[in-house]
Write a protein that binds this ligand. Sequence first.
Ligand code: AMP
Length: 213
Amino acid sequence: MKKQVILFGAPGSGKGSQAKYLVKEYGFKHLSTGDILRAEVKKGTDLGVRIAGRIEKGELVSDEIILELLQANLDLDNNSYIFDGYPRNLSQAQILCEKLLANYNVIAIYFDIDVSVLTKRIVNRLVCPDCQAIYNRISHPPKLGAVCDYCHGQIYQRADDNEETVVSRMKIFQEVTSPVLDFFKEKGTLHTMNAADDFDNIRERIKKVLDNV
Ligand code: AMP
């Protein structure tokens, strides 16, 4: 049965960096709802204009909009996906696991980390808009200064990666998103990683999970 992987964790817990590796290693397609939403905002579509304010404030976009965008970007018959940033609440989890992925082997990987350490990570995070590579000003700065090491895209800081917005994003994670953990546990699909560990160790643990399920 085709594998579909859900990376689940607070903003800045390392999902995006591991996703990039898994895409390269296993050929998964990376489906980040945050990336899809930011692309709409950047293109200035009607939808992009409508959702920009919510994203900037760190609030969730409506389930209906997310589902519509998801369906427009999914081709489950032909691909295995890494879901990154989705589901964000219980109703998204039910739609994903009980409807969209009902006939697939679903693996949920939880990036477990104390949210209090994430603020510092996020306010120093830099990203490449072209290949989505993730850097950190302090622990992993881009070698070439303002351009991406891999594709030479112009590195930038996300508008919602500031201290004020991070506080509300973390609050939403704790209050609305983390209850989804129990949902995954009950389904028997949850694998927990210590997300404070270093990148290579987490990568190896994920690899073991994927190779054995
Ligand atoms: P992310 O890149 O996953 O940190 O998401 C950035 C922002 O996009 C979030 O703070 C939300 O405003 C919005 N967003 C991303 N994914 C979702 C989702 N599954 N449901 C609702 N809003 C989302």
